[in-house]
Design a protein around this ligand. Structure first.
Ligand code: TPP
Length: 565
């Protein structure tokens, strides 16, 4: 039997090591088997505990926090299906490279696989979707504490090493599970940890310097975790290549007016025009970050097959779904902008991209003036944002972000779950982002995605928050109307449209959030500008799926016409 003294010492050493390793946030879901660690986390000075009763939401909450802070967040739950509910968020964290420390409490070894209640096989439960998994030993009365400290050190270091990701610690506890709150803890010393900088070697530098001489070059920037430093902006100002900035690159907001013309934020639309594409093939493409959201860009690069397509990626698993990358530089992206570069003049190739982009935004202004659809309403939201974070869901919200979010000097930081593109857990991700940044946060989400994680709203009952949720309610999955399935009427609504006929006013009442609805641009502006009285506000925007497709296509057709002139 584990005695209370050893148990207390073990969990105190556990949380003490977490502090030493720089873990500051823990998300706990209630359950009995995790009791000793849950108590220790509550007791540990410097650790902030967040709570969420639904483990699926809890894991997405932790994911949102870790995404926004860049620091691993610890999850703690009891044994059984509680642990299994972490899985979707772990998958997302793995592919999106977000550091998580997933701690699942377990039965002691003699109660595994023998029919004991709430006992499932938790060893390697998350399979190949974690960077490392281990089953810790029982907290017995022996000399385990140094071993525990080293395992925690390895866990946190693994989660934080690029490519970052989740690590799973399975921790068995034997009853009784209560600890002694008054037992003092004396650390036996922690291991110190230092890291080194990875630098490009001379050969790589020379190679890149050669490529940068071309005038027909494109710099593609995928999702970026942190705002770019001043050095980056100087580099692209000197380079004078078009910078195709994914909506998650965070290069479209907080951009000084003198740099805004360097950012091409309309390529997703421009590259739908055959006339434009024909004359604009690049000689060299350099990409930092993952593949952008834009399908037209992906298809374009796959079709052009640039002679030189360089990707900076710290991981050996370099992201290249189209097999078009010709050079993988296994390094942090900053290796690129740290290259010395002489300032160039604006060239004709870049100027053409910039002119097309200017034309796009002029047409967009006219379009938004005249038309009303989900995209136009999304733009109303984007134009209202300042001094906040924005989380967007998968499906049309991320695409609307790509189409309608114009480069601005306003302070908006954007996140989405693009590791596995799920429509699940998005409400909780937004709460997690808010908890990490402690700023007003907005969430743009479709009705099905919102339904998927409505229980995420429980987070507002457990800790302070400040979240405005704009639900685009088009009564079902709007994205499918843009896909080839929509050409076949049979079963379309049954299998893809999946209307539910639901609206969220009653849900708002149930979760005690503020509620407003909007059908027009003016109503949405008013709902956004009316000061929020409660921690969470749901603004439900009613749109029509068929109308959305019609209006979207009008925009593309008009742009194509203008670009072919
Ligand atoms: N289940 C998960 C967890 N993730 C997915 N990406 C899907 C299913 C497939 N899927 C992609 S988009 C979509 C579905 C079911 C519809 C989303 O509808 P909604 O959230 O209302 O957004 P809209 O398409 O209307 O923009």
């Amino acid at each position: 039997m584990t005695n209370r003294k050893s148990l207390t010492e073990y969990v105190s050493a556990f949380t003490h090591s977490l502090m030493h390793l720089g873990i500051t946030d823990v998300v706990i879901s209630p359950g009995s088997r995790s009791t000793p660690l849950a108590y220790a986390c509550m007791k540990q000075e410097g650790l902030t505990v967040y709570r969420q009763i639904d483990e699926r939401s809890a894991a997405y909450f932790a994911l949102g926090m870790a995404k926004a802070s860049g620091n691993p967040v610890m999850l703690l739950c009891t044994s059984g299906t509680a642990a299994a509910n972490y899985f979707p968020a772990i998958v997302e964290a793995y592919y999106a490279r977000v550091p998580l420390l997933v701690v699942t409490a377990d039965r002691p070894h003699e109660l595994r696989e023998v029919g004991a209640p709430q006992a499932i096989n938790q060893i390697n439960l998350f399979g190949s979707h974690v960077k490392w998994a281990t089953d810790l030993p029982m907290p017995e009365d022996n000399n385990l504490l140094e071993f525990l400290a080293r395992h925690l050190h390895r866990s946190v270091a693994t989660a934080k090493t690029e490519p970052k990701g989740p690590v799973h610690l399975n921790v068995p506890f034997r009853e009784p599970l209560r600890i002694d709150f008054d037992q003092p803890f004396e650390s036996r010393g922690e291991m110190m940890h230092f890291t080194g900088e990875f630098k490009l070697n001379q050969e790589t530098e020379t190679f890149l310097q050669g490529l940068l001489q071309t005038e027909r070059g494109l710099l593609v920037v995928g999702e970026m975790a942190a705002p770019m430093p001043q050095e980056f902006w100087q580099f692209i100002a000197d380079l004078q290549w078009p910078v195709l900035a994914d909506p998650l690159s965070n290069l479209r907001a907080n951009v000084k007016p003198e740099h805004q013309h360097l950012i091409i934020d309309s390529y997703d639309a421009i590259l739908k025009s055959e006339a434009f594409k024909e004359s604009m093939a690049p000689e060299v493409v350099i990409r930092i970050g993952p593949q952008p959201v834009s399908k037209p860009l992906t298809l374009y690069l796959a079709a052009v097959k640039p002679k030189t397509y360089v990707v900076f990626d710290e991981s050996a698993m370099m992201r290249d779904a189209q097999s078009v990358v010709t050079h993988h530089i296994q390094s942090a992206a900053k290796g690129l902008w740290q290259l010395p570069l002489e300032a160039r003049e604006n060239n004709a190739y870049t100027a053409k991209w910039q002119q097309a982009s200017e034309l796009y935004w002029q047409l967009m202004d006219q379009h938004c003036e005249k038309e009303l659809d989900e995209g136009v309403l999304a733009k109303v939201l984007f134009d209202e944002l300042e001094g906040c974070h924005l989380v967007v869901s998968s499906s049309m919200p991320i695409r609307d972000l790509d189409t309608y979010f114009q480069t601005t000097d306003c302070d908006v930081v954007v996140y989405a779950n693009r590791g596995a593109n799920g429509i699940d857990g998005v409400v909780s991700t937004a709460f997690g982002v808010q908890a990490a940044v402690k700023r007003p946060t907005y969430l743009l989400i479709g009705d099905l995605s919102f339904l998927h994680d409505m229980n995420g709203l429980i987070a507002s009952k457990m800790q302070e928050t400040d979240l405005t949720i704009v639900v685009m309610n088009n009564d079902g999955g709007g994205i499918f109307s843009y896909l080839p399935q929509s050409e076949e009427e049979r079963y379309f609504e049954d299998l893809f449209g999946t209307p539910t006929g639901m609206n969220f006013e009653d849900a708002a009442r149930m979760y005690d959030t503020e509620y407003a609805s909007a059908k027009t641009k003016e109503e949405l502006v008013q709902a956004l500008r009316t000061p929020k009285q409660k921690a969470v506000k749901i603004i439900e925007v009613f749109t029509d799926r068929q109308q959305n497709v019609k209006v979207h296509r009008k925009l593309w057709n008009r742009l194509s016409e203008e670009l072919s002139k």
